[in-house]
Structure formats: C-alpha cells, structure tokens
Design a protein around this ligand. Structure first.
Ligand SMILES: NC(=O)C1=CN([C@@H]2O[C@H](COP(=O)(O)OP(=O)(O)OC[C@H]3O[C@@H](n4cnc5c(N)ncnc54)[C@H](O)[C@@H]3O)[C@@H](O)[C@H]2O)C=CC1
Ligand SMILES: O=C(O)[C@@H]1CCC=N1
Length: 269
C-alpha cells in the first residue's frame, strides 16, 4: 500500500493510540525491522519489532520519531531524547495540547516538527488524522509526515494551530463520544423494555449500518428525512432530539469542554 515509510521509525511510548497506528502500518507493509519502540515496560508489541527500555546512543540516519506517551511526560522524554535528534530527524507528536512552539523549543535540532492528532479507528484504516506544522517546516517534512499517516484514514492538514484543540475535540476525542452514544442507544432501548443483550446488538448494528450509509451517500439530514415518514414514529423521536437544538447543544458543550481541556494542557495545567 503506502510507499512512504521512513528509513527508521522510533516510537516513544506505544499504548492505546500509538499501538493502533503501528498495527495499521505493519498491516500495510511497514517492515518491523525498521521500527524501534521505547516503552518502560519493555513488553513486546508486535512480531519483529524491537522494544527497548532505555534510549539508544544514537538514532539511525533519517529517523522519524513519534512521541506517543502522555503529554505530561514531555519534559522527562525531551531531556533524554533531544540530544539524539539531528538535522535529519523528523519529529511527529500525537500529544494532545502540546504546541508546536513547545515541541520546537524542546527539540531544537530536529529537522521538522509536525503535530498529528489521530483517532482510535486508525487501527482499521478508518481513522482521522489532523496534521499541523508551520512555514518553518520543509516541504519534504510535510510530505513524509503525510505519507506515513495516509494509510490510517482521512488526513486533514489544519491551517491554523489555534484550531488544533478544536479538531482534537471533534475527531481525536470523537470516537469516545460515539461509543457513548452506542451505549446510550442500547440503554435507552433497555429502558423501554427491550432485553438488554438484544438492545446492545441492535444498537450496534444500527449505528454501523447508518454510519456506513451516511459515509457512502448524501448528507445525513437528507437520510434522516428518508427514515422519517410524515406523521410517523421517527418524526416524533427527531422532534425530541431537535427541540431547542437539544442534541446540537449537548454536542457543542461536549466539544467545548474537550477543547478547553486541550487549551489548559497547552498552558501546562
Ligand atoms: N487514546 C486516544 O484515542 C488518543 C491519544 N492521543 C495521544 O496519544 C498519547 C498516548 O495516549 P494513549 O495511547 O491513550 O495512552 P496510553 O497510556 O495507552 O499510552 C502511553 C504509553 O506511554 C508509555 N510511557 C509512559 N511513560 C513513558 C516514558 N517516560 N517514555 C516513553 N513511554 C512512556 C506507557 O507505557 C504507555 O504505553 C497521548 O499524548 C494522547 O494525547 C492522541 C489522539 C487520540
Ligand atoms: O483524551 C485525550 O486527551 C486524548 C486526545 C484525543 C483523544 N485522547
């Protein structure tokens, strides 16, 4: 599939998110020999992928480093990693709320620094990855970052870093909100008397079918109208969701809360 593999990929941390990214890259043909993972546990991650618990003395030439640990670990990581970065290192960060300026200050030698905000479904190639860098970045750096992310799903370059926490709220956090919705639909079914396991199965299949259809066809509002027969059952249900923009307000509040947390993290809170 993708041909844009870096000469070497060094992952700092490989938990839920970086693990999904790696899973997809390997499935798309990334040679495990080209990957090194630094993780404190030293636990194996995937066949053929080298796991280390301490930083090497040097990184192979042209290494792409991806920061995949928790944002608050940046100071410890940078202290040990920055001396290994050279003018041919590409630095990718998936850390929420960690600005490009902060990353550049911590890794001054890196050739290019790019922020990437993936979401969990990248593991099945159906994720969303927001990307950001500034005019200091080389076009090669942008191309390399874009090529590495391409197998993960929809990739969107963000023009203004001020939007980064907002897109993180929408697509980075979004899967969790959708997972909650699936649970809530099932529990609501249960609340009106459907046996719990059956409600869970039916909620899941309804969301899956509706999402696949929405992705393949026209806009979701038109599809909603196709379900809602005039004077029928669906319209009554939609009236509840739409009253005073209830669902829209709930989701706007949800995204604002997530966005605000990103802004606070960027201020070091
Ligand atoms: N979980 C998600 O859906 C998303 C997470 N992110 C970002 O991904 C990053 C990781 O999040 P998760 O994978 O959810 O967390 P996680 O807790 O599953 O993974 C973090 C990994 O970092 C490792 N780690 C801890 N200390 C370390 C150190 N000093 N050096 C190197 N590795 C260390 C841990 O062993 C763990 O495997 C965060 O910065 C988060 O903002 C971004 C987008 C989505
Ligand atoms: O919850 C978080 O902070 C990260 C960022 C997006 C998804 N998980």
């Amino acid at each position: 599939m993708a041909t844009g593999w870096p000469p070497h990929l060094f992952l700092v941390g490989c938990g839920n998110m970086a693990g999904q990214m790696l899973h997809r890259w390997l499935a798309c043909g990334l040679d495990p020999d080209r990957v090194t993972i630094l993780r404190p546990s030293g636990r194996p991650v995937a066949d053929g992928v080298r796991v280390v618990t301490a930083y090497p003395d040097a990184l192979p030439q042209g290494t792409t480093v991806m920061l995949g640990m928790k944002p608050h670990q940046i100071a410890d990581v940078a202290e040990q990693l920055a001396p290994l970065c050279t003018t041919d290192t590409v630095m990718l960060s998936i850390l929420a709320g960690t600005t490009l300026a902060d990353l550049r200050a911590r890794f001054p030698s890196a050739r290019d620094v790019v922020r990437a905000m993936p979401n969990l479904p990248v593991g099945i190639g159906q994720g969303v990855v927001a990307l950001y860098t500034d005019e200091q970045a080389s076009s090669a750096g942008r191309t390399e970052a874009g090529a590495l992310m391409a197998p993960l799903g929809l990739c969107e370059w963000i023009a203004d870093e001020a939007l980064f926490n907002r897109v993180t709220a929408l697509s980075g956090c979004g899967p969790a909100f959708l997972f909650r919705f699936i649970d809530a639909l099932a529990r609501a079914g249960e609340a009106i008397g459907i046996p719990p396991e059956q409600a869970a199965r039916m909620a899941m299949a309804t969301v899956q079918g509706a999402a696949t259809m929405a992705a393949a066809q026209e806009n979701p509002a038109t599809l909603a109208d196709q379900v809602a027969s005039p004077g029928g059952m669906t319209r009554e249900g939609l009236n509840v969701l739409d009253a005073d923009d209830r669902l829209l307000t709930l989701l706007t509040d949800t995204l604002e809360a997530a966005r605000d947390r990103g802004e606070a993290m960027a201020r070091g809170h």
